[in-house]
Design a protein around this ligand. Structure first.
Ligand SMILES: Cc1ncc(COP(=O)(O)O)c(C=O)c1O
Length: 419
């Protein structure tokens, strides 16, 4: 391979058209979606009920509820844990926006905890200090598919009598001490959107093992009613409800993809191993770690650039963007996942949730502080990362992982030539 960077006119390391899109779709998907279409029930239907049973069995939960997004499933978790006015909920300072905005939807207030740079997950050593008498729940996010050390989280939560919500939106099949995510906290949320490893286009799944939490979640899920559309309903709003139900076509696609999920997870793991080996020794590149007992599903293979060593600690995000542009010119399908830490987002800095200061100004609430210097690790990660998803997923195999790694290595070995 020539050393001339593609961004400077050289030949791309990964030829155009090499990386195939996600997810693979076959006859099983086609048949199940067409059967739903012909089946005549297009709202919450038999495929939804079947998906709930099948996902619960696959993950090892007693109950699952299909929703129209992972965000909706997260909101159900807040309801299932009785979070309301005056409550605080702890969440990592770096995640998807709705890991934290779901807290506002339950009229509670987020309290952010910095992340651990190495794992990119909430820093469990800082968790206990963030718990106050107002804390009702902790949302842990298994970010990029790497599970939290749940035994530590659960021990802290038990000491303080607070609930644990697992944001497992990215983490299907990941395991902490051998246990699948979504089975260790009091309830959990998965996303099934286009990028997720269990994809149905859009959609989500709420899981719990607790019947009472299931009841509370189901009530919020369907107009505050007490019965599902599959049961006899009185169309009465017993509590505040939303419309978070899934539909039959989406659930049919979700069921078809669930049948193939274990084989996808196995292939992604193999591709990630090949990728890691091919990247070994690449200058100024920080590879993701799997701490002892934590098994990632490699949802997003996230790399960081060593900005201190590169001499770009001061302008890290701008330099990272230049490296990213050079990599994309090589045909490497890489990108920045989140370019803002959560507390820096306007909704939190301006406290403009429901207007008039709500929920922060609620008379039952204590003031919280979102000054950004509290989250140095989240900011450092945010400014120095880039991630990969599709190149490591089927139908792409190890040869695509190797080509992609070669493109990254080429840029990092010629970093002085990056325009
Ligand atoms: C960590 C995390 N939480 C929550 C969500 C929300 O999921 P959805 O997009 O299905 O609402 C996502 C997905 O984008 C996510 O990555």
């Amino acid at each position: 391979m020539s050393n001339t960077l593609a961004i400077n006119g050289g030949t791309p390391a990964v030829p155009p058209g090499t990386v195939k899109p996600w997810p693979p779709v076959d006859e099983v998907d086609r048949q199940m979606v067409m059967a739903s279409l012909e089946g005549g029930v297009h709202t919450f239907g038999p495929n939804c009920t079947a998906l709930e049973a099948e996902f619960a069995a696959w993950n090892g939960n007693r109950y699952a509820v299909t929703t129209n997004s992972g965000t909706a499933a997260l909101h159900l978790c807040l309801a299932a844990c009785d979070c309301g006015a005056g409550d605080q909920v702890i969440v990592p300072a770096y995640s998807w926006s709705s890991s934290a905005t779901c807290i506002l939807h339950s009229n509670s207030v987020p309290v952010f905890v910095d992340i651990d740079f190495d794992t990119m997950n909430l820093d469990v050593t800082k968790l206990e200090a963030a718990i106050t008498p107002k804390t009702k729940a902790i949302i842990v996010v298994h970010l990029h598919g790497l599970p939290m050390e749940m035994d530590k989280v659960m021990a802290i939560a038990a000491r303080h009598g607070v609930a644990v919500i697992e944001d497992a939106c990215q983490a299907h099949g990941a395991r902490s001490q051998g246990k699948k995510v979504g089975t260790m906290g009091h309830c959990g949320a998965f996303s099934c959107n286009q990028n997720k490893l269990h994809c149905s286009g859009e959609g989500g799944i709420f899981v719990t093992d607790d019947e009472e939490r299931l009841r509370k979640a189901r009530q919020l899920w369907s107009f505050g009613e007490t019965a599902t559309p599959a049961e006899s309903r009185d169309y009465h709003a017993y509590a505040l409800g939303w419309m978070y139900r899934n539909n039959d076509l989406t659930a049919a696609f979700g069921r078809a993809q669930l049948m193939k999920l274990d084989s996808y997870l196995e292939k992604i793991k193999q591709n990630a191993q090949v990728f890691r080996q091919a990247l070994e020794g690449t200058p100024h590149l920080i590879q993701p770690e799997e701490p002892e007992g934590c098994e990632s599903n490699w949802y997003n293979y996230t790399l960081r650039f060593d900005m201190e060593a590169l001499g770009h600690a001061e302008d890290a995000a701008a330099f990272r963007d230049r490296l990213g542009a050079a990599m994309r010119a090589e045909g490497v399908d890489t990108g920045v996942w989140q370019s803002f830490i959560l507390p820096a987002m306007t909704v939190f800095q301006a406290m403009n949730g429901y207007g008039q200061g709500c929920p922060w100004d609620c008379p039952y609430q204590e003031p919280v502080d979102y000054s950004l210097e509290q989250y140095p690790e989240a900011q450092k990660h945010c400014d120095s990362h880039t991630g990969l998803t599709f190149p490591l997923r089927p139908p792409n195999g190890p040869e695509v992982a190797e080509m992609t790694a070669a493109g990254i290595r080429k840029v990092m070995e010629n970093v002085g030539k990056v325009p």
